[in-house]
Ligand binder design. Structure first.
Ligand code: HEC
Length: 277
């Protein structure tokens, strides 16, 4: 009883905080403009994005025989045939008959590392994301490489098979469902115009125009944590912000949320690896 009151009070305080901060004082606007200029300068020189180093590392990891079975990932089918990386990311998530599952890029890589190279799944999902200042893990570096091979293309995942449609519907429901001790849904932060936390504008991800702008930028180099963050990592952090149980890499929930985001962003351009504040 006490606990639930506390949770309600906390949720109340937090939603106040969110609303209270939606009105940015003038000083914040100046800072925001300065940050925007900084981002713009980095974007004007595409080679300045440090994520390209991770894409290179990922390419080497993709082609190098590794794991207990000592084979490369070139036999991995990302949906367009074994070893085909060009444009593969643009068509993910998709249903894979061999695994009988809908998978996003990282989940598919996890599957290939396990089934082809013989890596232990439990080891790979134990600490899948880097701490601040640490480089992205190997799976994330490979994902960065694969995504870079769809850079400039348009999101074209069909998501029209029954299992794919099921994943999108699950993702949509999860996006809207309030849960956890703060009683937050993704929608609490990401489904309203002009939401912000301090300086960070929160994109309205349920709106195709906004989803199209940002979803295709992941994996992205995140300046504030000085490493590449993948989409699975981004969602893992949002789950943490909601004080939800840890979001497992490759879980059905993670894939469903990504399927929903990609569906909403359909037709948007892929600009990966992106660059985030
Ligand atoms: C408590 C508020 C909050 C909740 C709830 C939340 N997020 Fe986030 N989300 C954030 C913040 C803060 C950022 C980072 C913004 C930044 O760094 O500029 C973010 C960033 C993102 C991004 C990247 C957006 C971009 O600009 O490229 C995605 C995608 C995302 N969240 C998805 C989700 C999903 C899916 C859920 C539900 C599982 C969720 N978020 C729940 C606060 C939240």
């Amino acid at each position: 009883m006490k606990g639930s009151h506390l949770a309600a009070a906390l949720a109340g305080a937090l939603s106040f905080l969110l609303t209270g901060l939606s009105f940015a004082p003038a000083q914040d606007m100046d800072t925001e403009r300065a940050i925007e200029r900084y981002r713009q300068m980095l974007k004007e020189d595409p080679w300045s994005n440090p994520a390209l180093l991770d894409a290179d590392r990922g390419e080497t990891l993709w082609t190098t025989p590794r794991g207990p079975k000592n084979v490369s990932l070139e036999g991995c089918d990302l949906g367009k045939g074994p070893g085909v990386v060009e444009g593969a990311f643009a068509e993910l998530p998709r249903y894979f008959a061999d695994a009988d599952k809908v998978m996003d890029l990282e989940t598919r890589l996890l599957w290939c590392m396990e089934s082809l190279q013989g890596f232990n799944r439990a080891d790979l999902v134990k600490r899948p994301h880097p701490a601040g200042g640490q480089p992205v893990k190997e799976l994330g570096a490979i994902a960065t490489y694969i995504a870079s091979k769809s850079n400039g293309m348009t999101f074209a995942a069909k998501l029209d098979q029954p299992k794919e449609r099921e994943a999108v519907a699950l993702g949509e429901a999860l996006f809207a469902r309030r849960s956890g001790p703060f009683d937050f849904a993704c929608a609490t932060c990401h489904a309203e115009e002009g939401r912000r936390i301090r300086l960070q504008a929160l994109p309205q991800l349920s709106k195709p125009e906004e989803a199209r702008k940002v979803v295709g930028e992941w994996p992205a180099y995140r300046v504030s944590s000085t490493h590449v963050m993948t989409m699975q990592h981004r969602l893992y952090d949002c789950f943490w912000q909601m004080r939800m149980p840890e979001l497992e890499l490759g879980s059905d929930v993670s894939v469903a949320l990504i399927a929903y985001l990609v569906k909403t962003a359909q037709g948007g351009e892929i600009a990966a690896p992106g660059l985030k504040r």
